[in-house]
Design a protein around this ligand. Structure first.
Ligand code: UD1
Length: 318
């Protein structure tokens, strides 16, 4: 069975990929510097994986982590648009330098293929919808620039060094274990935790801002498909999403209904660097990776809210 390296394994996405790969019998090495990742995310799988507390910018640590590895899933990042606006230099290190450091380690170790958590932020505010991979990137925030630059490094490594790489452009991922506590947390995680706690959520903008909210199971599936796909996928970029657009107001109403929230919502001005609308064309991933939407928005919300209730009652007991 394959040996895999997952960077950012203590994060929401990295730990979800780890669970599935473990269930499929893979040997897992995971690295995380715990800047945004949390050990609780690895709780019941920690004894079944090799965990290394390391930074993706540490070349020696990445060389060590890549020994005998077949596939790399590179999820480590500071995945926040506003954080990058506030600290462009500080976020460039983990988001871009780390990616290059890891690519170099993977190339030297003879890794078979590296999958990369790219971002739909690459599309910026171009009015054309849905977003197709053939569109020219138009990053707005430093975060988007860092993620696009990473994609270019991946395709360069594929062409120049023959390291197989796949960039997966994630569109607003949500699900259990996504941290709701930071001001930079994803909007659905924040809304769910606020409404279950009876707190008033905030919509930045008029509520018509829309996103292709994608439940985590789809992302896990896309990663596994990308690892198994024929070599013709190497060096390429694929949207990972649902192909469906939901506004912030619709998301708020859907959560309100499931949670049974009776309070209100407040509106504040749009955030700097935010894009207005985002929805993906997923046909390329369908054709070349065999990708399918395995879990829709409503199912995803139900699962996430269910999980969130469990966490809150555990906190209450403690
Ligand atoms: C998200 C991801 C980013 C990814 C990108 C791809 C997170 C934290 N960030 O950025 O990694 O690359 O999608 O498209 O998942 N909002 C509110 N109220 C809140 C919080 C946010 O109205 O309490 C609004 C924001 O202003 C924004 C929208 O919700 O308009 C989505 O914000 P957010 O969940 O932070 O995601 P993105 O910025 O789209």
């Amino acid at each position: 069975m394959a040996k895999v390296l997952i960077t950012g394994i203590a994060g929401f996405i990295g730990s979800s990929i780890a669970r599935e790969l473990l269930a499929q019998g893979a040997t897992i090495v995971g690295v995380d510097n715990l800047s945004t990742g949390r050990m609780e995310n690895l709780e019941e799988i920690l004894s079944s994986i090799e965990f290394r507390r390391a930074d993706v910018q540490d070349a020696q640590a990445m060389d060590d982590a890549c020994v005998d590895v077949d596939y790399v899933f590179h999820e480590a990042a500071i995945p926040s648009v506003p954080k990058s606006v506030q600290d462009p230099v500080g976020t460039n290190g983990p988001n871009l330098d780390g990616t290059l450091t890891l690519l170099e380690a993977a190339r030297k170790a003879g890794v078979k293929r590296l999958m990369y958590a790219a971002s739909s932020a690459a599309y910026g505010d171009a009015p054309e919808l849905p977003k197709t991979e053939a569109m020219l990137p138009a990053p707005i925030s430093p975060y988007a620039v860092q993620k696009v630059a990473g994609e270019h490094y991946l395709s360069s490594y594929a062409r120049v060094y023959g390291l197989e790489t796949v960039s997966l452009r994630y569109f607003n991922i949500f699900g259990p274990r996504q941290d709701p506590t930071s001001q930079y947390s994803g909007v659905l995680a924040r809304f769910i935790s606020q409404m279950t706690a009876g707190e008033t959520p905030t919509i930045f903008g008029d509520g018509q801002t829309s996103r292709d909210f994608t439940y985590i199971d789809n992302v896990v599936s896309a990663n596994l498909l990308a690892a198994k796909a024929p070599s013709s996928v190497s060096g390429k970029i694929f949207n990972v999403a649902t192909g469906r657009r939901v506004t912030l107001l619709e998301a708020y109403q859907a959560i309100k209904k499931i949670v049974g929230y009776t309070g209100d919502i407040q509106f504040k001005p749009e955030r700097e660097g935010d894009i207005k609308h985002s929805v993906a064309d997923i046909s390329l991933a369908q054709q070349m990776l065999g990708y399918r939407v395995v879990a829709d928005f409503t199912y995803g919300l139900e699962m996430t809210i269910e999980w969130s209730k469990g966490v809150q009652s555990m906190t209450a007991i403690a």
